[in-house]
Design a binder for this molecule. Sequence first.
Ligand SMILES: N[C@@H](CCC(=O)N[C@@H](CS)C(=O)NCC(=O)O)C(=O)O
Length: 258
Amino acid sequence: MALAYYHAEPVANSLKSMIPLKEKGLDFTSRYVDLHKFEQHQPWFVAINPEGQVPVLDHDGTIITHTTVINEYLEDAFPDAQPADGPLRPRDAVGAARMRYWNKFVDEHVMNHVSMHGWHRMIGIIARNIENGEFEKLLENIPLPDQRKKWATARSGFSESDLANAMDKIAYAVDKVERQLGETEWLAGDSYTLADINFYAHCGMMVERMFPELEIAARAPRLVAWRDRMTARPAVAAALAGEDRTAPGLRTWTGHAR
Ligand SMILES: N[C@@H](CCC(=O)N[C@@H](CS)C(=O)NCC(=O)O)C(=O)O
């Protein structure tokens, strides 16, 4: 059995599937893809993932993409490799449904909004530092049309109204998670699941640092305690310790928990 994981910095999607690999104690080869050098759009990587995005799981030559799919695949392929405090996907139908409900919420209503602010602060600077002409050539190599648009928008700047709308959605998600953590210890119930990992990687780990105006400590104390419980898990700490080539000045987005 050979597993390889292609990933970038330990934040957002790359972190989201790295945590389950560590939690499950699976033996895998880590392959860092340097997004700052646009390796994800180069022919060798597009031959692995035609969508030109990380992360990617290679299991004995079978390629699996999209983090929510990768994480469920790992549960199906390695059901017995689990952390001591229980499986990452509940074994009962209701628990699994609750986990998927939160995964859907994070994937559809959280991830893109936090990502827009991250791109605005970090990718925008990287994109504006690329010469005209060269930037257009880089755009041509991006396989996904929406991603091509996102790079172009990052360079020209996201609109104030889009950023404000994203901010409203993030505040909504923070309040929703805070309410849930008033009822259950973890997002999907009494056990730690892939849903916690998803929200942590896309929002929970960096929300306080990225959005001081939300006054997270006062507004969402249960979320802060949950985040600290997550960060203290040895597997999460190991995942966060992964390679990070982000220039220190640009780490408004990635530098939080490390
Ligand atoms: N839906 C995909 C999204 C993957 C994604 O957005 N990856 C980002 C990194 S967090 C990426 O590869 N960005 C590089 C680019 O778009 O050029 C997933 O869940 O894996």
